[in-house]
Each structure stands twice: as structure tokens, then as C-alpha cells.
Write a protein that binds this ligand. Sequence first.
Ligand SMILES: *[C@@H]1O[C@H](CO)[C@@H](O)[C@H](O)[C@H]1NC(C)=O
Ligand SMILES: *[C@@H]1O[C@H](CO)[C@@H](O)[C@H](O)[C@H]1NC(C)=O
Ligand SMILES: *[C@@H]1O[C@H](CO)[C@@H](O)[C@H](O)[C@H]1NC(C)=O
Length: 544
Amino acid sequence: MAPTDLKWSLSQAKTLAYSLMVFLSLHTVTGMSGWDGCLDGQDVFATVRENSLSGEIVAELMTDTTMEGVHWSLNGKDADWFWLDGRNIRLNTSAEKVLDREVQGPVLMAELSCQEDDSLQSVYRIMVEILNENDNSPVFAEDTVQSLIMSELIPVNTLVFTVQATDADNDKIIYSIDQSTSDAEYFKIDLPNSGEVILSKPLDYETKTQLTITIHASEMSTAERFNTSTTITITILDGDDQYPQFLPCTLLFQDDTSRVCTSPVYTVNVTEGQEDIVLDFSPGPIHAIDGDRGLNSPVSYAIISGNDDGRFLMDRETGEVRLTQAVKDRLTTPTSHLQVMAYQDNDPRKYSVATVLVHVVAVNQFYPKFDMAAYNGFVSAGKSTISLVITYGSKALMLHVQDQDFKDGFNPMIHFTFSPTSNHTDIYQVTQEGLLIAMTNELKPEQKHFLEIMAIDKESGDATFTTVVVEVLSEGQSIPMSPLGDEHLISCTVGKALFLSMVFMTILGCILCLIMWLKKRHKGHKGPLERGCVAQGKHPNVVR
Ligand SMILES: *[C@@H]1O[C@H](CO)[C@@H](O)[C@H](O)[C@H]1NC(C)=O
Ligand SMILES: *[C@@H]1O[C@H](CO)[C@@H](O)[C@H](O)[C@H]1NC(C)=O
Ligand SMILES: *[C@@H]1O[C@H](CO)[C@@H](O)[C@H](O)[C@H]1NC(C)=O
């Protein structure tokens, strides 16, 4: 049955009633006139399969249609579909004129008329039902298979849309999602007859903004299982499900449904005493965006901790940070550690926090410089495995760096090391106080060692270089006089006797005492020459 059957049976009923009236009246007429040839006919009720071929016999009349003077013919609405071939009513179709129940309706109606001597005697009805064949595929209703837009916040198991298809043969239809497409997993159809498409996996605008699925509508119970497909595009709208993100954020993890990234640590160096400046961060500037890229809600900023009595001021709108009060003493406040937040204006419960580090560094206008471009040192070839390198006037050779950024020229962050190109680093060591120690007893008189020493300001990274020429003296040989004759500057000397009788323990003790003394010295304000003075006696702490 086709959906139009009801309509057809109504018009059929009307036609039947009409035919019956005609029939009765005609028979009354013929009955009275008494022409038997035409009275031999009968109504025809028959069936024919849809798509039957031309010439197919629809019905065979019981009447002798060949009687002399009697003429039988077909008339009426659907008479064209038939022709009379002797007693047979045959089907009249062609390639262009296919018998289609879905087009013609379920019943064809015609009349079989009988004339005798050119006057109409009888009219019989012909009613032929067209038997349905499955010759149609399901067809989707256009308005149910349009592109869709849906929010990423739609919960799983929500009915998101319903597709509908019809089949002209009125076959039952089942719907299914083509599993061969990658987005198929997002949806399901729980009731195959319903066409109801249900969300089966959370949507996430941040990872996927569009989905495409193919849906089949198939005949459920026909042999042919005719089917049709449609492809639906679903555009996903951003919902407010993400928190603001500080940029640049480091992606930690991402999959189809989530994305995790960490805020950067914003760092800046400020100089001691600097005030009322906008901080230029690295990475910078401090900036956050709504994680919901599609919504892009405005973000505001605030300092949540570490503000050190309002030393810093953060612009609520731009995130710009100002230092409003200078750090007076970077030794007590070397670093300010702030936590700042970025929150959504329309929902401050959605916020992220980032760390801000403000390092206070010393004023750095000047490069550190060695006192001398080159130093001369001496070491005695002897039995001891460890010897202090000394210089003219028998005093310990002490490298010294001047840094004019400091009142007394002394930069406590200077670190001595051999430059990477220096030779003899296996023999010598340089202490953080600028002393050189020879670490071997393999020294041979008259050897000359050229050492390249670097002093680096650990705070600013500034570096300076010098060369030390160390001559190995034979045991007992006295220290040459300075070519500059500057022995008068010596404020303390390593006594010759002490030097000559140096034994390992003494030297070690001396070095230790020297280091401790120098460490203490760092806080003092003595001149560089004084600083170069090695305690001649044993330090009270190093008594053995
Ligand atoms: C068969 O149908 C065609 C098309 O409607 C028509 O022209 C033709 O006359 C019909 N044949 C008969 C024998 O009725
Ligand atoms: C659709 O019909 C074709 C044959 O016409 C068949 O191969 C295919 O499996 C059918 N698809 C579905 C989903 O029923
Ligand atoms: C701060 O100074 C240090 C050296 O003292 C340097 O390594 C670092 O890159 C500087 N940081 C910034 C943000 O400029």
C-alpha cells in the first residue's frame, strides 16, 4: 500500500457509486430493450503487478465479444492502460508509460461498453488494483537533514536531532550511523526506527569545531533493503567551559576532549633603587586570554599575593605591572615572588594564576676589570704537593677585580675561573678569593706557565679576563724584584724563612685561614692591596 491509498479509496468509492448508478440505469434501459448480445457482459475486478509489461493479460472476459453487430470497447478514465484483444483485456504500457502504483494510485478504473448497431447498450466497470512492488528507495525529508549548529556544552545522551525519511512503497525504515567515518563515535541512534540521534561523547570546541556524520535510512523488511544516505555537518559553538590562560602557555596534554596547559613564570630584573617603572617581563608582557577561544570573554588581572606592602601595582585591564617603590636593599629583598590572577569579567570564578618573579639586581653600569692586564707569579719547585702562587715581594698573588658599580670597587658576586682556553688547569686552581694554588710536586725549575683567568659577575653575567705568568723557581731561590719597584706597597709579606720552610700542613692551614679571613673580609671595606694580604701567622681558628 502506498500512503495515497486512503485518498484513492475515497475517490474510488465515489467512482464506484457513480458507476453503479450508471450500471443500474443502463441495465434498466437494456433490460427493457431486450438486446441480449450486450447483456452477456460482466463487471471486471482484477489485479496487476506494478511494473508489468505491455500485453500482459489483466482479465479474460466470459463474454463472446465476436458476436455480429455487437461492439465492445474500453472507455473511461484509465482506459488508455488497457486494450481489448478478443476476450482479453491486456495491459498497455511502454518504456515511457510504466505502470507505477505510486504515480497512478492503487486502482485503475475504466468501463467496458457494449454497442449494438451503434447504440450503447451496456456499460460494465473495470477495476484493476495495481499490486505494489518495492520499486522505491527511502528518501530523507530535506528539512530533517540540514547542517546543524550546537553548543559544546550539550550533555552526553541528549537527543540532538531527528532525521526522517519516507519510502514511497511505504516500507518501514530503520536509521543507522555510518561507523566508517571518524566522527561517528560522537553520536548514536538507540531506537533504529526513530531516527533520533543522540550525543554519545562530549563535544569540545577547543579540539574540534566541526563534525560530519553519515546516516543511512534503509528499508527494514524488504528483500531489496533499499537505502539512502545523507551527510550532516555539525558546527560546534564554544561554550564557557575553559578558564583564562596566561600566555605563552605550555601544552602539557591534549586529547579529543581536553587540553591542559601551564602558565609561564614571568620574570624581570629590576635594579636596586629603581622606582616607578613598568616592568618588562620575560616572557612578556603578562597576558591572558579566555580559554574559550570562540567566546573570548574579556579578562581582568589582579595581584593575589606577594605584593610587599603595595610595592607593585597591576593594571586591572592590561595586566601591566608597575614598581611603585624602589627596593632599598637587595640583600634583604633579592626577589619578590608574586602570584597574579587573570579572571573572566563575566564570571570571576573562572580564573588562572601565574607566578611573577622580580629579581632585584645591583646597579650595573660598569664592567668589572682586573687590576692588571697580566700578573706575574712564582711558585717554588719543591716536595710539597700544594703550593700557593706568590708574587713580587714574597706576597701571595691575589687576583683582584674592580667594579665601579660598587662604592669600594668590590663586587661580591665576582667568580674566578679559568677561561675555557687556558692551559695547565690540571696543575693550578683558582680560589674564589683570587688566589692561585699549584696542585703538584712535578714542577721543574724554569718552567713558565701561562694561565688565562676569567672573572665573571654572577649577577650581570659580565666577564673580564687576565693572564697570569707563573715561573717555577728552584727550591730556595729568592723571589725576583718587581720590575716596577713597588715592594713598598707591601703591607704584609710572607716571610722568606716561612716560605722556605713551608711544609704542606702549614700551607694548607694558611690557605684555609686565608679563605676564612677573606670571607669575613667581604663585609669590610679595606682596599684591594690590604685584601691581598695573607695572614702570616696562624689564624686562631686554625690552631692545630
Ligand atoms: C496505449 O497507450 C498510449 C499512450 O497513452 C496510447 O496512445 C495508445 O492509444 C494506447 N493503446 C491502446 C491500444 O489503447
Ligand atoms: C544499501 O544498499 C546496498 C545495496 O543496494 C547495500 O550493499 C548496502 O549494504 C546497504 N546499506 C545499508 C546501510 O543498508
Ligand atoms: C636577569 O639577570 C640575569 C643575570 O643576572 C640574567 O641571566 C637573566 O636573563 C635576567 N633576566 C631577565 C628577565 O632579564
